[in-house]
Design a protein around this ligand. Sequence first.
Ligand code: ADP
Ligand code: MG
Length: 477
Amino acid sequence: MEEHILKKSSEELWQQAVSLLRDVMTTDQERSQMERYFPLFTSHEIEGEEYIVGMEEQFQVDWVSPKLSLPLERALHAAGLPKEIHVRFVVKQKQENSIQTIPSPELARNKPSDTQRMVASHLRGIPSTMPLHENYTFENFVRGPSNSFAHAAAIAVAKGPGRTSYNPLFIYGGTGLGKTHLMEAIGHYVLDNSPSTSVCFITSETFLNEYVNAIQNNSLPAFREQYRKVDVLLMDDVQFIAGKEKVQEEFFWMFNSLILYHKQIVLTSDVSPKNLNRFEERLIGRFQQGMVVEIESPSYETRLAILKSKAQATQKIIPEEILKFIAENIRSHVRAIEGALSRIVTFMSMQSDIPLTIDIAKHLLRDSIEEEKTIKDLSISDIMKTVATFYGVTIDDILSPQRTQTLVTPRQLAMFLSRKLTTKSLQEIAAEFKKTHATVVHGARTIQNRIDSESELKKAVEEIVLRMGRKPSDIIE
Ligand code: ADP
Ligand code: MG
């Protein structure tokens, strides 16, 4: 009985998904290509966590699955398949009651859902686009001083893609601070307000892989062609193509052509354009020609506001005191804050009869809190090591009394960074450097002054700070 229901609903889902796929195809060519796939399927059924689609031959599976898995999955989800269930193509011979009918594509449609939109983008010939996270919308983005500028720029771009001077919009900042969220919010907004716009959301890593594939398969023209159809290109984590000259060159030309046709480009990166290493100068120049905005670590108030908003979405009543405790103790980035909240929520669901106290919360979050401490406190020896490596000297050189200029700069710089990036007292720093307290103060001040006037030194400092996983804005205003 149960099996029967499952089978029937699987059939219904399939029919609807197929109609949907047809419905979003715009050109005859796409349509006819899709029509050729359908007779190849031998079966479809839900098996546990998967929606299994059968095909006669392995080569067919290999051919169809990269092209169709995601659009089909999206269409099936839109038709009502639970989101946890994923599509997988397998080799399966034809059975008696296999797929036969495909309904006519006449399907009354309202405003397309998120899911349908992604399908639409796929079938408009942008196979590389990745689905947008449903929750990464402007509505779910909490504004605060750390991100308000980036937020405003993102809204402006979303309202007039390609029509503002914010082209490209370059969003940068440390990990887990909301860059991807904001970028995807632009995608959602654009698709909500003009569903026929083709939005491509991709990481630079995927772009790189596709480029490499295109070269190997001799399909560079097709690779280029698909991006020509893009109205809004959202490229996440552009830093991944550092040092990859060929793909940078490809991207440079694509970039120029999109801008020329007033298409919108949005980029994210963990560092600002000028701090991107191993990037072509001309590309960095292009990145800077629109709008460059930073997202910084959220303040206590913003962390608390984010927590309240996320807590509300869980529909659990979490005591304010606990939210404050999290906001006070988890400071590094929003992803860590979400992790902490989710641990609390899991506890509340599983132990609904035990009231949540601060002590329990402390216990549940002990690991994250420990981690936060180590993030905050870089050790002085880490700083010495990074500085020494950067300048090609040794830690012993830094600790030595020798006063040659090649050693004085790294030594003073390490002192400066120890003051800025650790919570160690002057006495402790002096002791570790085997110098007097006054020498450390003098060294740090010297660097501070030189940074203001020597751009080379400033660049070096920024590079070193980044190597230690910190942001230049932590030390330079
Ligand atoms: P990044 O791309 O900068 O590494 P993400 O955009 O992936 O960071 O954000 C990490 C998580 O934090 C996501 O789940 C995102 O929804 C959440 N987040 C970040 N900033 C905010 C914010 N201002 N309001 C609400 N959620 C946020
Ligand atoms: Mg990201």
